[in-house]
Design a protein around this ligand. Structure first.
Ligand SMILES: CC(C)(COP(=O)(O)OP(=O)(O)OC[C@H]1O[C@@H](n2cnc3c(N)ncnc32)[C@H](O)[C@@H]1OP(=O)(O)O)[C@@H](O)C(=O)NCCC(=O)NCCS
Length: 107
């Protein structure tokens, strides 16, 4: 069976914070839940190592990534002017982690 890399995420656990450094899903595999799954894996990994918040930066024009993060409960904080080398501004976004990996209560 051919093995194809569909997506990747790079993160750093620094004290109580997981920093998402990079996330990408290969174009043919987008909108299939891979990005969300990668983010959830980073949250769980961070939680298991004692982190209680996640922090990331995203370009202000990156609508798909902003949509993913908002959908997952991330909130925009500081606006970072000319954050990227090409001059684009970035939103800093954060999420407080709570009960990551805990069983979902029954209704
Ligand atoms: C951002 C990225 C990682 C999302 O990966 P993905 O696997 O397509 O995302 P998912 O399928 O898990 O999407 C989960 C939810 O995020 C939102 N979302 C993701 N892509 C979206 C888009 N293009 N437009 C609107 N909403 C989007 C939706 O709410 C989606 O849920 P739904 O499909 O049920 O509506 C992907 O678009 C990518 O690799 N982009 C290029 C690299 C990049 O910009 N990385 C981020 C740098 S900060």
């Amino acid at each position: 069976m051919d093995r194809v890399l569909r997506g990747a995420l790079m993160a750093l656990v620094e004290g109580d914070t997981v920093r998402i450094l990079s996330i990408a899903v290969a174009p043919p595999f987008r909108r299939r839940g891979i990005g969300r799954a990668l983010m959830q894996a980073a949250e769980t990994l961070g939680w298991n190592r004692g982190a209680r918040r996640v922090s990331l930066e995203v370009g202000v024009t990156n609508d798909s990534a902003i949509a993913l993060y908002r959908r997952m409960g991330y909130r925009a904080g500081a606006l970072l002017y000319a954050y990227y080398s090409w001059g684009e501004d970035a939103h800093q976004m954060t999420k407080v982690l709570a009960n990551v990996g805990a069983p979902v209560p029954r209704p």
